[in-house]
Design a binder for this molecule. Structure first.
Ligand SMILES: *[C@@H]1O[C@H](CO)[C@@H](O)[C@H](O)[C@H]1NC(C)=O
Length: 311
């Protein structure tokens, strides 16, 4: 590293999508639309889960939490690019950048943990149906959800604390649309070895591999149990209760794998993948859970009827 290239950074400049100027406005417009859809869709789910007593089951309790999380996650990731689109101000202070990094990793990590809890709920519902009401009672669910929020918050503390100590960067221009981990590490001229080890061990194994392993194991048991059901309608019914969850799990892991494990392609494609991961995936959950689900569909119909009656 060249000595005179080092700068002490007090703010960063986000490049956003300015490297493809002809697509910048359409992409920004798309981001705004996707963001609004995500917020509205997840608020609808949240209201249904809170208001409809048929949806007061563990699965929908976690779905309510997931909706709150999806709104937070996508707001953290996208608010600066929406701001950039409107005000043209692409500067972000060091402290804001670190806050964005913290919240983004916290919510991302919690996403995996909540989906794992939902996988456990499906496991109990299908493999241990007789014990469902004792194993997944209200206290257990609230405890599990609280654990997810708190544990994911604490668990990213070491890595982000270490990164926030870096003040030396070879450049303060981030070729991304928010302060994400990898673009920040790329320009740091501080010693990133320890941080990379922490991210690799702690982030890779604890935050990604453990939820993956637990969810995968749940589904191995679920599928084994479903296979043993004699009647084909019974099998279909049992599988149907997991299909929404399984769909969102598959989409999330596929997007993580394609973003972080594909051999580093061009930065542009990784920016688009990141956009998919942080904007499109949170938008999909409300659709997955309402389009493929009789309970949610009938709850929507009932509420719409109520509204019509009032009008
Ligand atoms: C999410 O989890 C928290 C903590 O357990 C709980 O208090 C809250 O009611 C849940 N939110 C929804 C919308 O279900």
């Amino acid at each position: 590293m060249n000595e005179r290239n080092k700068t002490v950074v007090t703010f960063f400049i986000l490049n956003g999508f300015s490297d493809i100027p002809e697509y910048e406005a359409p992409i920004s417009l798309l981001i705004v639309l996707v963001y609004l859809t995500t917020v509205v869709g997840n608020i609808v789910i949240l209201l249904l889960v809170c208001l409809d007593s048929h949806l007061h089951t563990p699965m929908y309790f976690f779905l309510g939490n997931l909706s709150v999380l999806d709104i937070c996650y996508t707001t953290v990731a996208l608010h600066k690019s929406i701001d950039m689109f409107i005000t043209r101000d692409n500067e972000v202070s060091f402290i804001d950048c670190m806050a964005q990094l913290y919240f983004f990793t916290w919510f991302g990590c919690n996403d995996l943990m909540l989906l794992t809890s939902m996988g456990y709920d499906r496991y109990v519902a299908i493999c241990k149906p007789l014990h469902f009401s004792t194993l997944m009672n209200g206290r257990v669910c609230a405890g599990l959800a609280t654990f997810c929020w708190v544990f994911s918050f604490l668990h990213i503390l070491p890595a982000v604390t270490l990164i926030s100590q870096f003040s030396c960067y070879s450049s303060n221009i981030i070729d991304h649309f928010f302060c994400d981990l990898l673009p920040l590490l790329e320009f740091s001229c501080s010693d990133t070895f320890i941080v990379k080890m922490v991210i690799f061990i702690d982030g890779g194994s604890l935050a990604v591999f453990t939820p993956f392993f637990l969810t995968f194991t749940s589904y191995v048991f679920i599928i084994a149990t479903i296979m043993k059901i004699k009647s084909s309608t019974g099998r279909r019914k049992a599988f149907y209760t997991c299909s929404s969850h399984l769909t969102s799990v598959l989409i999330l892991y596929a997007s993580i794998i394609s973003q972080y494990l594909t051999p580093s392609g061009t930065f542009m494609s990784s920016k688009l993948l990141s956009l998919f991961n942080s904007a499109v995936v949170p938008m999909l959950n409300p659709f997955i859970y309402s389009l493929r689900n009789k309970d949610v569909k009938s709850a929507i119909q009932k509420k719409l009827k109520n509204v019509m009656n009032i009008l």
